[in-house]
Write a protein that binds this ligand. Structure first.
Ligand SMILES: [Zn+2]
Length: 727
């Protein structure tokens, strides 16, 4: 109920944002999108498969484990089924640490185990899609890696054995294909322990049969599970039984396995679990493993780990005072974000941790309202710079970048698209095509974009792939334009590094208070918003929808800077670095100079000298060197008045058809031939080593329809532009 109200307010505020603000410098969406796409491709190199056997698709895994609780020595029998992704697959390669000794592999003609890879040669090659199963018998003392992939310790004099394999510790205690992009279709985990001990794992409890003083705890996970989420925890647990009633179907068991000495405190602390499941289910879709269970298994670590259906929960967190409800919330939300939809690579870990951290904040908002959300974002989620990039972060579990900035990225996404779209896209992310599978950041980018007409490219470029945050210097003033009161807002991005491309909220106080989202992406940018009455105050990002810093900065008298984005007549895409400009007092005057390209966010033409601005008139022409638009000319005429921004207007003077150019090579000589373009007087030939990111240089002009050029590089691109009249 409280959530519904919170969702509606910002939407309502935005819906009445009239009259429409005029945004100076507003153009060039397509160019920006193309540039960002190129930048993204640069930043997302193909993944190195490393040791992972990409030839196979992991299917069912059955673990039968007999750990010695005095020494940690492990006897294991693990059956692994996998299907071939190639034709004629002769062997299956699994990850298994060399510290473990393999005694036999059933189902294999032979096997070898070296370099932490267990290679099982099959009796006969597999066809594409064909499945084979092998059963590996192994034993040894697992080396605990990472956060404690296999940890034997004690509590109150009793042994406790616990595993925590994220990110890549699974092969330290069982053979598998350890790749978050390839989940096991299902697992059975049997753990044989002495009478008096309880062994917990993933999924539902099938049986706990006793034979000769040994209890075999059999757990079954029937949903796909990433191998790093497979777990085993063994000690003298007592169980706290609770249950969750889903919207449809029978109640689901919620069982917490805790140490006897912590039973009273744990009963208090973990009582928050069921209300949390119910609330997350209402927001993100039904609990993903509702046909199995949820619960916690206490272990000695000072944190918690979202093992599927069975979060491992640190003993230091159990105090009987709900101090760590936020960790219960964090781990539970991972059942949707991390376990149900899993990061496909560790570079994408924010898809687990940023989501779980923001889920904590959402729970806080649900309990205590919007102010609590903002204080949570600025408190527990406070980001210090340097931060980022969130994708492929400086450390896989870097709290500042992956958890906190990752949570901020979702919070900012929510601000950019609005609550309705945000909660729909979150639910669909959990319940749509990626459910029970793995996904990348690129998948999430494409997914989120479907929920808004606003191009989110700048959000991802700035925060997911970029560093730090924007720092805005800004000021405002009240003006009247043709009798219409307006507020003029001027902003400058002052951070080091790349510019940010974002919709920035501004609260303008006039007769009423109104928030306007204005698209800011240039080094310096001005906005003019018509108002019913003169403004009395302006505030940037008043509700903390952006991770940014700002300070007011007087910019009067500094507005001689001209920055704009060009858009072609057909709305097409100016390629980066493919424009040149000239300025003059009359049309056609001035020398062509390359346009300054500021990287991923903006095209900046020039800082205008005061002598230009103070004159009577100024003509700026922009000519495209873009192969798809060559010959196209944009022109701007303005009558500048000192210190005022002008809405330049933009029109196309000329758009020539593109002559089709044929190139032939004779020795080291390139010959270009093209069809004559009607009306063209001359043709300009340019060349470049890279068609989109390189700098085009003019080779010369000709009236003929051919051009010969000696080549000095192995590769060169040419472009012919038709020219009309005097150039
Ligand atoms: Zn987490």
């Amino acid at each position: 109920m409280r959530l519904a109200l919170l969702i509606l307010l910002p939407l309502a505020a935005r819906a009445v944002a009239a009259p429409t603000p005029q945004v100076i410098d507003e153009a060039g969406e397509a160019w920006l999108k193309a540039h960002l796409a190129a930048r993204r491709a640069e930043l997302l190199p193909p993944r190195d498969p490393g040791r992972i056997d990409a030839r196979i698709d992991l299917r069912h895994c059955a673990l039968d484990l007999s750990p010695n609780l005095a020494t940690g020595f492990l006897d294991g029998v693990v059956t692994l089924c996998a299907a071939s992704r190639v034709e004629g697959l002769a062997d299956l390669a699994f990850d298994l640490h060399d510290a473990l000794a393999v005694s036999s592999v059933e189902g294999a003609a032979s096997f070898s185990h070296a370099g932490n890879v267990l290679t099982c040669v099959l009796p006969q090659p597999l066809a594409l899609g064909e499945q084979a199963c092998v059963t590996v018998h192994y034993s040894g003392n697992p080396a605990s890696v990472g956060f404690g992939s296999y940890d034997l310790s004690s509590h109150a004099g009793t042994p406790i054995l616990a595993t925590l394999s994220e990110p890549d510790g699974s092969p330290s205690w069982w053979p598998t294909k350890d790749d978050p992009a390839d989940k096991a279709d299902s697992v059975d985990v049997r753990i044989r322990v002495p009478l008096g001990y309880t062994a917990t794992s993933n999924g539902a409890l099938v049986s706990a049969d006793t034979l000769a003083g040994v209890v075999t705890w059999h757990w079954r996970e029937r949903h796909p599970i990433a191998t790093y989420l497979v777990c085993m925890t063994v000690t003298n647990f007592v169980a706290i039984h609770d249950q969750y009633q889903p919207a449809a179907g029978p109640p689901m068991p919620v069982v917490h396995y805790v140490w006897p000495e912590d039973l009273a405190d744990a009963t208090v602390d973990l009582s928050v679990t069921v209300p949390l499941i119910a609330w997350y289910a209402s927001v993100f879709g039904e609990y993903p493993f509702v046909d199995e269970k949820y619960g916690h298994s206490e272990f000695t670590w000072g944190g918690a780990m979202e093992h599927q259906c069975n979060t491992s929960y640190g003993a230091p967190l159990i105090r009987g005072d709900h101090a760590y409800d936020w960790i219960v919330a964090h781990e539970l939300s991972h059942q949707w974000f991390g376990d149900k939809v899993t990061c496909a690579t560790w570079e994408d870990i924010w898809l687990n941790e940023g989501f779980a951290t923001y889920s904590e904040a959402l729970w806080t908002e649900h309990l205590n309202g919007g102010a609590a959300l903002i204080s949570y974002m600025n408190g527990r989620c406070n980001v210090t710079d340097p931060s980022g990039p969130i994708y492929d972060p400086p450390g896989t579990f870097d709290s500042n970048t992956v958890y906190k900035k990752g949570a901020w990225l979702l919070h900012m996404l929510r601000g950019q698209v609005g609550d309705g779209a945000f909660f729909a896209l979150m639910r669909d992310w959990a319940c749509g095509p990626f459910a029970y599978g793995s996904a990348t950041s690129a998948d999430f980018i494409a997914h989120a974009q479907q929920y808004t007409a606003r191009d989110l490219g700048g959000l991802w470029a700035g925060y997911l792939y970029g560093l730090n945050r924007p720092n805005y210097g800004w000021d405002w003033r009240s003006r009247t334009v043709g009798g219409q009161p307006v507020v003029e807002i001027r902003a400058r991005q002052r951070q080091a590094g790349a510019l940010f491309d974002l919709w920035v909220p501004w609260r303008v106080s006039a007769a009423t208070t109104q928030v306007y989202w204005l698209h800011d992406r240039l080094l310096r940018q001005g906005f003019v918003v018509p108002l019913p009455v003169a403004p009395t105050g302006v505030q940037i990002d008043p509700s903390d929808w952006l991770l940014e810093s700002h300070a007011s900065q007087t910019m009067a008298g500094q507005l001689r800077h001209l920055a704009l984005l060009a858009r072609f007549a057909d709305g097409g895409t100016p390629a980066a670095g493919a424009l040149q400009t000239r300025c003059g007092r009359t049309p056609g005057s001035g020398a062509w100079v390359p346009s300054l390209d500021l990287g991923v966010t903006a095209l900046e033409l020039r800082e205008l000298a005061p002598t230009w601005v103070d004159g009577d008139s100024l003509y700026i022409e922009v000519e495209s060197l873009d192969p798809a638009h060559h010959g196209e000319r944009l022109a701007f005429g303005l009558r500048p008045t000192t210190a005022d921004w002008q809405d330049l207007g933009l029109r196309v003077l000329q758009a020539a058809p593109a002559p089709a150019v044929e190139i032939s090579l004779v020795g080291n000589q390139a010959r270009l031939d093209w069809e004559a373009v009607p009306g063209a007087t001359t043709y300009r030939v340019r060349s470049c080593t890279q068609p989109y990111l390189g700098v085009w240089s003019v080779e010369g002009e000709t009236t003929a329809t051919y051009w010969e050029q000696p080549l000095t590089e192995p590769e060169r691109c040419f472009q012919v532009t038709a020219l009309f009249g005097q150039q």
